[in-house]
Ligand binder design. Structure first.
Ligand code: SF4
Ligand code: SF4
Length: 356
């Protein structure tokens, strides 16, 4: 396993973190519902830890509220708590008072059966959420958690625009941030400019969605596959995508929501080899071509970034099944909000008009 030092904390963290939001479930690996296959999921996480992974990421809403308690009941025992840096997040959407913050945090400690969190985040900030949390006194709350040792480090996960990312970064003495970054989303949300901005301020960077919800690993378009196949080294699309993220020296670790033994062992191998600046110039250039191919398709990848729609349209579903979405076209308010958020540049309103 490769470890990188988190700037701002000094912890040596495995470049592969285990995301506990896509654990195996009884109803199938893609449902990610409350029905976690607990023994199997615990076996997989322990396998990853035994293989060198030392960072576990969870949050209150994962697996419909069951991820944290699952970790507390099945994973963080028999010495495993001490082997990992544990990360979870304050559900900002449930906070309306200062007392709500205390309450949510205390529930998280209870569910996880721990008395401190290593890496604690404000969950899913954008400019508006930050302003709300700030007005409720979240900086005092974070100060108090740090002071009495209930958390070791504080950060925020982010889903907004770059300008707000910089504003939030400047507004508190953060130790780390968690942002979305992958081959397609190089300039989406915080993007590479945000990553560099945080890094320059000695703030650690954790990358989420390196495979864009799996879409960079499966159903690879022919032109993209041809590029990968023409490379002198044979690598799967997932490996190229992970290596591309870890090629960045500013990135401390990436999170992967793993749910099979094969996937875990493969990711551990990739993580052990993918050092900063280890891709050759030709390889970086090839991946730029891969990005161009993806963007040129203008094809919906069902990423969901365009949601929510104020008219209640399930846009990814409408893009996927235009024939079944006659209603969607009629509902659209023509506000255009979705199109400002679509990294594929899809003319969603035009597409909706074609529905049915
Ligand atoms: S343009 Fe239509 S589909 Fe897009 S967000 Fe507005 S109402 Fe929803
Ligand atoms: S329309 Fe765009 S933003 Fe919405 S799900 Fe499809 S690719 Fe993602």
């Amino acid at each position: 396993m490769q470890y990188r030092t988190m700037p701002g904390t000094g912890d040596k963290i495995s470049v592969l973190g285990f995301g506990c939001m896509r654990l195996p479930t009884e109803s199938g690996s893609k449902s990610y519902g409350a029905d976690i296959l607990k023994e199997e999921a615990a076996r997989q996480i322990h396998l990853a830890i035994d293989g060198g992974v030392n960072y576990l990421d969870t949050a209150q809403p994962y697996h419909e509220g069951n991820s944290e308690s699952f970790l507390g009941d099945y994973v963080l025992k028999d010495g495993y708590r001490e082997k990992v840096y544990l990360a979870t997040k304050l559900p900002c959407w449930l906070i309306n008072t200062y007392e709500d913050m205390e309450y949510q945090f205390s529930q998280q400690l209870k569910r996880l059966r721990v008395d401190y969190i290593d890496y604690y985040m404000l969950h899913a900030l954008d400019g508006k959420v930050w302003d709300k949390m700030y007005s409720l006194g979240v900086t005092d709350f974070m100060d108090s958690l740090l002071k009495d040792g209930r958390i070791r480090h504080i950060g925020f996960s982010f889903h907004g625009i770059l300008e707000d990312f910089k504003r939030i970064t400047d507004a508190y003495n953060w130790n780390f941030t968690q942002v979305q970054y992958n081959i397609i989303d190089e300039y989406f949300q915080a993007g590479i400019d945000g990553i560099k901005y945080a890094h320059a301020k000695n703030i650690g960077v954790i990358v989420m969605e390196p495979l864009r919800g799996g879409s960079l690993a499966e159903d690879i378009p022919d032109d993209v596959q041809n590029l990968y196949s023409s490379a002198p080294v044979r690598r799967t699309p997932a490996e190229w995508a992970l290596r591309w993220v870890l090629n960045r020296p500013e990135v401390t670790l990436l999170l992967s929501g793993m749910n099979s033994q094969e996937n875990i062992l493969e990711n551990i191998r990739v993580a052990s080899e993918a050092y900063p600046d280890s891709l050759s110039e030709n390889e970086v250039r090839m991946i730029e071509e891969v990005r161009k191919c993806y963007l040129s398709h203008g094809k919906c990848t069902e990423c969901g970034y365009c949601m929510p729609c104020p008219a209640g349209i399930d846009i990814p579903d409408a893009m996927k099944n235009p024939d079944k979405n006659i209603k969607a076209a009629g509902l659209c308010l023509d506000c255009g909000v979705c199109e400002t958020k679509c990294p594929q540049g899809i003319k969603i309103r035009e597409m909706l008009k074609k529905c049915g």
